[in-house]
Design a protein around this ligand. Structure first.
Ligand code: 7RM
Length: 644
């Protein structure tokens, strides 16, 4: 793995939020007095009815975690009213870019967004939704998604957003787990040249959701959808008739803001619970610090609000910081692979945040799709979701960012609420593939299998966090035992991330992937990410995924699934070349026992490789649950994959 360091561009370090020395000072300050640090951040970033005097109360040991517990606030007030009251009502809050570039974008100022949110909040209230009630939101990336989230927050209802491409059964299970009273959906949606039948899935789900009393239907494509009398109601009709005044409900800092389901490696999805004061403080803090955000700039996070990244960096963080947020309905490939960069040029985007999986796909299509579009407004580029490999990182920096823009490789999880490990654009020299250092206020540690903290900078082990931070999850909805067992009980006093990591002699963190993804070959621990990076160094390779399979001699052996670039064909000779390269880069213990050339890899809808399925294929088993797959056809292709 490349350990080359990339310095902070000098022009850049002169005018960012935090400089190199200030970063050290901030880090030390947070370490010396965490409560003082976080209380001052909470008061600086947010407006409270009752400002908190306390930081953390409780304990990581018993899982009773509270932040700012004597503070009261409202998240929607913080994202909207206070900006309007301060005279910024005419600034644009959301620029919405539709799926089809021929359709007109929509712009919502802070004042207009507030109007919609107050009306929607009144509609929910009239349907009997109150503080603590759950509302399920099943929408595509349209402004109503943000409006619905903020309307819930305004009245103290707990939202649970379900990704708009999830199936009816996935939606049903999530509604039933949280007992939502109201479902908000849309007639249908667009994703590239496909239409998505949202209301139809919602209907199928609601046939088996006893808690749902009403379904609010947003008209988006105009598709003709059946409306069930009494139960189904028109969003537009009710909003138009509703009062545009709905005072925000003061919430205790620890009252839940939302539930978001995340699929575990086994078992049913976990309803991750985030609370109002700690989460919002943390989303605003990290959005400002990591993206060096100043009001007036256009911020674009390409994630869907069905994921935590969309919650924290499309809605709550940026709006709390009075950002202009770009929200894109479509996909990176429609009408062509230049769509992202065409949007960057069209809306003069300053900060761009996406996933390595998207970058890999776009890079494979060639630079021509990028260079035709003006990217001179771009200032910072970010990635999230999985380890980024050096070739994508370099391409992002050199081609997309024209070598000008620092890259922030941000490591975090649904459970962490916001970014925990990342470079700061004006302070941190980067290394391609490393998320670099924990943010000020985050006590990251590397543990060995027995739970001992590894003290030397150079260490390999389990990534854990040694102290709570405000954005941390508080519970798994309805399953306290699972919350404790998964995160807190394995090593008392620590939050266990489930990720493996390597810290290099300079103290840089390199996330090696989920610990479940570590392979043990003849007693050597080998991270999947490391092997995939080495395979990717072969010029014929577009993408690779590896898994450990049972082996009589070595315990586990490595099986690689490889996608080749256009113009290359799988052959025993090429397989041998790739294997020799991996052995050269990592060592002979990383021998690839099998190489299978495949046209596609099975991925979740958020772009993470489903290794469980690869293991099933590699070991010749029947495939397990495939309901959260992005493209079920990829599996068929995999099974056919040529085995060399
Ligand atoms: C934000 C998000 C969390 C898991 C996490 C890691 C992996 C995320 C990075 C990363 C290496 C990164 N939430 N992950 N970011 N690995 N470098 N910058 O993705 O709950 O959906 O996933 O994603 O394994 O534990 S998530």
């Amino acid at each position: 793995m490349s350990e080359k360091t990339c310095a902070v561009p000098p022009a850049f370090s002169a005018h960012h939020v935090v400089s190199g020395e200030a970063y050290q000072a901030l880090y030390q300050q947070a370490l010396a007095d965490p409560d003082g640090f976080w209380v001052s951040q909470a008061r600086r970033l947010l407006t409270w009815y009752q400002p908190p005097t306390k930081g953390f109360s409780g304990s990581l040991r018993d899982g009773n975690i509270r932040w700012f517990e004597d503070g009261t606030l409202n998240a929607s007030f913080n994202c909207l009213d206070r900006h309007v009251a301060a005279g910024h009502g005419d600034e644009v809050a959301i620029i919405w870019e539709p799926n089809d570039p021929k359709d007109a974008p929509r712009r919502l100022t802070y004042l207009q967004l507030l109007d919609r949110v107050e009306r929607a909040a009144n509609v929910l209230k009239a349907l009997g939704v109150g503080k603590g009630d759950r509302v399920c939101i099943y929408l595509q990336m349209i402004p109503e998604l943000a409006i619905a989230m903020l309307a819930c927050a305004r009245i103290g209802a707990i939202h649970s957003v379900v990704f708009g491409a999830f199936s009816a059964s996935a939606l049903r299970d999530r509604i039933n787990d949280c007992g939502a009273k109201v479902l908000i959906t849309q007639d249908a949606g667009w994703r590239g040249n496909k239409s998505v039948t949202m209301k139809q899935s919602a209907d199928a789900a609601c046939a088996e959701t006893p808690s749902i009393e009403h379904v609010l239907v947003v008209k988006h494509t105009g598709a003709d959808v059946p409306m069930q009398p009494e139960r189904d109601l028109s969003w537009e009709g009710l909003l138009a008739a509703a009062s545009a005044t709905c005072p925000p409900e003061p919430m205790d800092a620890e009252q839940p803001l939302f539930i978001l389901y995340t699929s575990g490696s086994t078992g049913k999805p976990k309803g991750v619970v985030h609370t109002t004061g700690g989460y919002l403080t943390y989303a605003a803090y990290t959005h400002e610090l990591v993206f060096d955000y100043r009001p007036g700039e256009v911020f674009w996070c390409t994630a869907d609000c069905g994921w935590i990244t969309g919650h924290s960096y499309v809605v709550y963080g940026p709006l709390a910081n009075r950002a202009t947020v770009l929200m894109y309905e479509g996909v990176p490939s429609y009408p062509d692979f230049g769509r992202f960069w065409q949007i960057v040029a069209k809306h003069r985007v300053n900060i761009f945040y996406t996933a390595p999986t998207a970058l890999r796909a776009l890079r494979a299509k060639g630079d021509a799709f990028v260079i035709g579009h003006d990217r001179s407004t771009l200032r910072i580029l970010g990635t999230v979701g999985e380890p980024i490999k050096a070739p994508e990182w370099e391409w992002y920096r050199a081609v997309v960012g024209e070598g000008r823009c620092p890259i922030v490789d941000t490591w975090w999880q649904t459970e962490t609420g916001g970014i925990l490990i990342s470079p700061l654009p004006g302070a941190t020299p980067t290394k391609p593939g490393s998320a670099t250092f924990p943010l000020p206020g985050v006590r990251a540690v590397v543990l060995d299998e027995a739970g001992n903290e590894l003290g030397d900078p150079k260490a390999t082990g389990l990534l854990a966090i040694a102290a709570s931070w405000p954005g941390m999850l508080r519970d798994i909805w309805g399953d306290r035992a699972r919350f404790l067992q998964t995160y807190l009980q394995p090593f008392p006093g620590y939050y266990l991330t489930g990720d493996g990591c390597r810290r290099d002699p300079d103290g840089y963190y390199w996330i090696t992937g989920r610990v479940d993804d570590i392979m043990i070959v003849s007693g050597h621990n080998i991270g999947t990410a490391e092997v995939e990076g080495a395979i990717g160094a072969h010029p014929a390779v577009a993408e690779a995924a590896v898994v450990g399979i049972a082996d009589d001699i070595t315990g586990q052996a490595i099986c690689a699934f490889v996608i080749l670039k256009a113009g290359h064909e799988g052959s025993p000779g090429l397989a041998d070349e790739i294997n020799q390269l991996v052995r050269k880069i990592i060592g002979p213990h990383a021998n690839l026992k099998q190489i299978r050339f495949t046209p596609a890899l099975p991925k979740t809808r958020s772009g993470k490789i489903m290794r469980r399925l690869l293991r099933d294929v590699a070991e010749g088993r029947e495939l397990g649950d495939v309901t959260t797959l992005e493209d079920p056809a990829a599996v068929a292709a995999l099974i056919e994959a040529v085995r060399v």
